[in-house]
Design a protein around this ligand. Sequence first.
Ligand code: HEC
Ligand code: HEC
Length: 270
Amino acid sequence: MSMRSLWVTPMLLALLSLTTAPAALHAQPREEATADNLFTGTLDVRMGQRVFQQQCGRCHGNDGSGGEGGPDLTNGFRSASTDAGLFKIVREGIPNTQMVGISRRSTDQSTWMVVSYLNSLNDTTDVDLPGNATNGQQLFAGKGNCGSCHMVNGDGGRRGPDLSQVGNRRKPDELASDLRTPDEEVDPRWWTLRVTQVDGSLVEGLRMNEDTFSMRLMDDNENLWSFSKSDVRSFDRVKSSTMPSVDGALTDAEVDDLVAYLFSLRREES
Ligand code: HEC
Ligand code: HEC
């Protein structure tokens, strides 16, 4: 009990200092709010987009491509060259023009999120990745043989996770380590079961589910097998990934291409 509270206290303190950081940013006087943008994640961009559609879309178009009385914002900005400059324009508007800027009630945080959204409109690829997504798509279906295990938009195998939206849940550097070191973090859903039947024959495949008395697996041909644990000679669980590492099989440039392709697989923005 006391061990536990000793441990919890520093955790709570760490959490508290984390959660107070953004609040401190709000409290900054406006002139000092030219710090770096801390709100650049995918979620920040999406929040910024929401604010934009509510407050800016009527002049600049809902997708920022220009509209009634407001210029296109997808081809760079004439009046700002830095994030801090953009922040100032979004916050204060442009004097003596129709450009009014964000609501006075909006926080600095949501202003930064709008800045992130504006930047995203001007990125062709969201982030600068060295690889080429089109080449990556060809590698995925061809030389890389990834489609034999992975589904993308309804096409492919079931022996690995569906990757249709993998760009939403994995960052580029995480994707690269998924490809190079598949054994690093393997969800139990993707463990292998190796079952020796009473006649001595071996059945092996992905561990679909397992309880005290029974287990189910899917073999390489996507056949499902059920076993009662008491009816087999032995079984064991292999906790490494069935996915082969790309190291040695593909060049660094090809891995970059695959990462660019995978990162482009995302939910449609509505
Ligand atoms: C009432 C119409 C209107 C609204 C609402 C509006 N704008 Fe503007 N905006 C303009 C006009 C007009 C300009 C061009 C001003 C000029 O002549 O320089 C402009 C310019 C800009 C620019 C500079 C473009 C460049 O090339 O430098 C940015 C960035 C911008 N608006 C963002 C926003 C954002 C973000 C919002 C919402 C918070 C917003 N605007 C709301 C009309 C509007
Ligand atoms: C033999 C089947 C198989 C092949 C071939 C295969 N994978 Fe996998 N892959 C898996 C399995 C199983 C997992 C889940 C276990 C793990 O994390 O390694 C996985 C995981 C992944 C992940 C992480 C997904 C997530 O949601 O976290 C990515 C990305 C991935 N694979 C991409 C690829 C690419 C690209 C190729 C081709 C170069 C490929 N895979 C080839 C079976 C395979």
